[in-house]
Each structure stands twice: as structure tokens, then as C-alpha cells.
Ligand binder design. Structure first.
Ligand code: NAD
Length: 286
């Protein structure tokens, strides 16, 4: 299949490598960064040119304005889109803007899936991403063989935007889990307990979680190199809060976690949220 892939960063580069490795022809366009090592792809000068030669266009860009620019700018994807082309946005962006983008693609005779992912850089490199899909079943079925090259747990969640909503739900759960583990470890440590032993004990009980296991260890060992940058997680919580506001839903603890992130180094791993709780307790773990 001829695939246009735009956004070859931490996540996009390994995802595109897997597609190329499975025999698909990749076309791309670059902004600042060079073509990632180990990827064979035709480099074109604009998203329009990528769309002109592609049956499927995949986007893996940082945020909503980036997707908007790549789709709708003068030399954007929409200007080169052929009828029947499937646009798949795998970035984590606004569910509200997603519906607008899907309509714009439909007006050009194309179809659109939102398909954000979970699993991080390791999941992208191991082709074991969780992929949460929003859109029509026929488009999902058409994209499934490509998703299966990049991921393992693939779910059609619902109509357009449902993939992004599901991803934001994921980000709420993970952020509140990190905040809960941070509070618990700071509390136990200031009470005089060894946080490493507390984590060990809790790993066997009802409080066990992947966050306690992986990020609890990061907090104790002070390994805050990303990983998943705190600023990307804060962006996702802002998207969740904006969507909740539009729906009339209150997310009080998401709002607190989002605020606490402003007190942290946004280029460190999101597990470094513990530092905000440490500052409030005037106490550092370990
Ligand atoms: P990244 O910043 O590493 O990569 C984004 C890439 O897009 C960069 O290479 C950048 O040069 C490129 N880009 C931006 N504008 C462009 C343009 N106009 N034309 C061509 N290329 C352009 O980001 P990432 O970590 O790969 O994340 C991508 C998306 O995936 C984000 O929405 C993020 O929230 C989501 N995500 C990231 C992770 C993670 O662990 N990093 C996990 C799950 C989901």
C-alpha cells in the first residue's frame, strides 16, 4: 500500500519503520528533523505532495494546531487529497477539533479515523501499541491490517472522536494514579518508612498498579529522564478539561493534577510529578 506518514518523531519514526518493514511504500515530508535512521521513505516537499501519492495518510504530530496546519494549510494534505483516501490521525489531540477535521476530509471525498495510541516509545518500538479508534467500521476494517503492524490491542471505540475521548480517559487514569502513588510514598516516607519497602509491600495488594510498579520505582530511584514528557501529559489533561467543560462535566482531581504539573520541570518524565508533592510536604523521598 502507498502510505503517507507525517510526524516522524519519538513515536512516528518506529511506527513508520514497522510499516516499511512489512513492505508498504512510505512517503513523507519533514519540517526540521532529518529522515530517521533505518527508515526507507520518499521525502516530498509538502503534505499536499504526500497526499497526492498516498492511498492512506497517517499523522503522528504533537498537538491539535500541528494537525490543523498539516491538514488545512495552503500546501496541506486537504489540497492534495484524492477521493477515497483514508486519513488516520494517530496523534493525541482535541476530540472537538477531530470532528471538524473529519468533516473537512469528507468534503474532499476522503474518510477519517482518529486512532491515538498508548504504550509509549517502548510500545512503538516493539509494535505493541494500544490503539483506540474512532470512526466508521468500514474504515476501521480497512486500516486494521496497518494497525496490526504497529500495535496489539486495537479497539473500535465508537464514532469519530471516540478514539480521542478514550485516550483522554486513559490519560486521566494514569495522571491520577501517578498523583496517588506520589502522595502515598511521600506520606509513608515522611512517617519514617522506607518507600522502597512500602512499594514492595503494596505491589502484592489491591493498590498494585503498573504506575506503582514502573513510576513508583522511578520516583524512589530518581530516574526522571523521559519516558513520557510531563508537558505532553499536561497537554492531554488540558484537552480533557476543555472537553469536560464543553460537556458540563466536572473533573476536580484532573484539574488538580494539571495544576500540580505546572510546578514541575515539564521536560522530565511525568513520574516527576512526585516533586510537586515533595515540595508541599517539605520532604524528599529517599
Ligand atoms: P515528537 O515531538 O517526538 O514528534 C512529532 C514529530 O512531528 C516531530 O518529528 C516533528 O518534527 C514532526 N512535525 C511537527 N510538525 C510537522 C510538520 N508540519 N511537518 C512534518 N513534520 C512535523 O512527539 P511524539 O512523542 O512522537 O508524540 C506524537 C504524538 O503521540 C503526540 O500527540 C503525543 O501526545 C502522542 N503520544 C506520545 C507518546 C510518547 O510516549 N512520546 C505516547 C503516546 C502518545
Amino acid at each position: 500500500m502507498k502510505i503517507g506518514f507525517i510526524g516522524l518523531g519519538v513515536m512516528g519514526a518506529p511506527m513508520a519503520r514497522h510499516l516499511a518493514g512489512a513492505g508498504h511504500e512510505i512517503a513523507t515530508t519533514l519540517n526540521r528533523s532529518p529522515l530517521p535512521q533505518g527508515l526507507t521513505a520518499k521525502v516530498l516537499s509538502s503534505p499536499t505532495e504526500v497526499a497526492e501519492v498516498s492511498e492512506v495518510v497517517i499523522l503522528m504530530l504533537p498537538d491539535t494546531p500541528d494537525v490543523e496546519r498539516v491538514l488545512t494549510a495552503e500546501a496541506g494534505v486537504l489540497a492534495g487529497l484524492k477521493p477515497g483516501t483514508l486519513v488516520i490521525d494517530m496523534s493525541t489531540i482535541s476530540p472537538i477539533a477531530t470532528r471538524r477535521f473529519a468533516e473537512a476530509v469528507a468534503e474532499k471525498g476522503g474518510s477519517y479515523l482518529d486512532a491515538p495510541v498508548s504504550g509509549g516509545q517502548v510500545g512503538a518500538e516493539n509494535a505493541s501499541l494500544t490503539i483506540m479508534v474512532g470512526g466508521a467500521e468500514t474504515d476501521h476494517d480497512r486500516a486494521l491490517p496497518l494497525f496490526q503492524i504497529m500495535g496489539k490491542n486495537i479497539t473500535l471505540v465508537g464514532a469519530t472522536g471516540a478514539g480521542q475521548i478514550c485516550k483522554l480517559a486513559n490519560q486521566i487514569i494514569v495522571a491520577l494514579n501517578i498523583e496517588a502513588v506520589s502522595e502515598a510514598l511521600v506520606f509513608a516516607s515522611k512517617a519514617g518508612c522506607d518507600p522502597a519497602r512500602v512499594r514492595q509491600a503494596l505491589m502484592g495488594g489491591f493498590a498494585a498498579s503498573r504506575v506503582l510498579e514502573v513510576h513508583g520505582e522511578r520516583m524512589i530511584k530518581r530516574t526522571f529522564a523521559p519516558g513520557f514528557r510531563l508537558k505532553l501529559h499536561q497537554k492531554d489533561l488540558t484537552l480533557a478539561l476543555d472537553s469536560a467543560k464543553a460537556l458540563g462535566v466536572s473533573l476536580p482531581n484532573t484539574a488538580t493534577a494539571q495544576e500540580l504539573m505546572s510546578a514541575c520541570d515539564r521536560d522530565q518524565d511525568h513520574s516527576s510529578l512526585v516533586k510537586a508533592l515533595e515540595a508541599l510536604a517539605c520532604h524528599q523521598l529517599g
